[in-house]
Design a protein around this ligand. Sequence first.
Ligand code: 2P0
Length: 348
Amino acid sequence: MADIYRASTTAPVNIAVVKYWGKRDAKLNLPTNSSLSVTLSQADLRTLTTATCSSSYTGEDSLTLNGAPSDISGARTQACLRELRALRVALEKKDSSLPKLSSMPLRIVSENNFPTAAGLASSAAGFAALVRAIADLYELPNSPTELSLIARQGSGSACRSLFGGYVAWQMGSQADGLDSKAVEVAPASHWPEMRALVLVASAAKKGVSSTSGMQQTVATSDLFKERIAHVVPKHMKLMEEAIAARDFAKFAEVTMKDSNSFHSTCADTYPPIYYMNDVSRAAVRAVEAINAAAGKTIAAYTFDAGPNCVVYYLEQDTAAVVGTFYSLLPSTEGWKDQAKSYASGAVQ
Ligand code: 2P0
């Protein structure tokens, strides 16, 4: 009987506090600006991926996603598979005693432990887990930062899910993208009190995909030019300082301002893109009311390419933030049942 080689891994969801929005090279997924995210705990939210290969397998590489066959013929997935195989080929050339895994078809099985209805983007955790699982299967010696160069080509935000805790995606400047990579800013243990409350305004699939939305913004928004030239570099610096000093008020202000800046460039896109809705705006007002009642900033909202709200806060403020949020939100909006709190997390 032929051998079956196997590796399993998990990768976490990340939520950006300085947003990635815009590509300078769509083929290599090179961004117009750096970004920074907080990884959520894998106990709550993660993609689990198992990669196997065998000389007994026939046919093409395949992917089963949440129990259903998934198309992997797209250029992004193919780029990830091609680069990982090339690294394995190099190992096999160096050591001829290694099994020739690179010439065997891959079977990849992947599942999320969070419902699609959580309204969270799954591509980041998905591509990060895919790359890690195959790298483990191929016993590649590459570091998470090196693997982030590959995951980035699957989905930009995926490069940040190779690490736990606080993670920066450095935009880089090279045309080949070899310096556009993720690095750890701080491990989750540096600021373990961080919590994220996820408020689901709508679980529906978004109207404008991130990939096409950001290209429209790059092509048409004048405000976007200001964002990438001045706003994001300033936010990256302030955010790294806030994390290093565990200064929540500063972390919160930059998080909210960067979300506002990102959504303003969306509104400045022609034709305009609106991801936030009335329910999202009610959440902004609720966070403002919570901070006003506390007399200091204890909660920070942020919105991605959709109407759902993520509120960052510290564990000691759970009652004031989560409790008040429930009492402020109109019960008719349907938020209460879907609000859930997650810890920031580490990658094992
Ligand atoms: C982010 N977003 O930094 C930002 C904030 C959405 C808003 O990364 O085209 O799915 O696959 O590189 O990574 C969503 O963009 O886009 C995203 P692609 P991706 O998290």
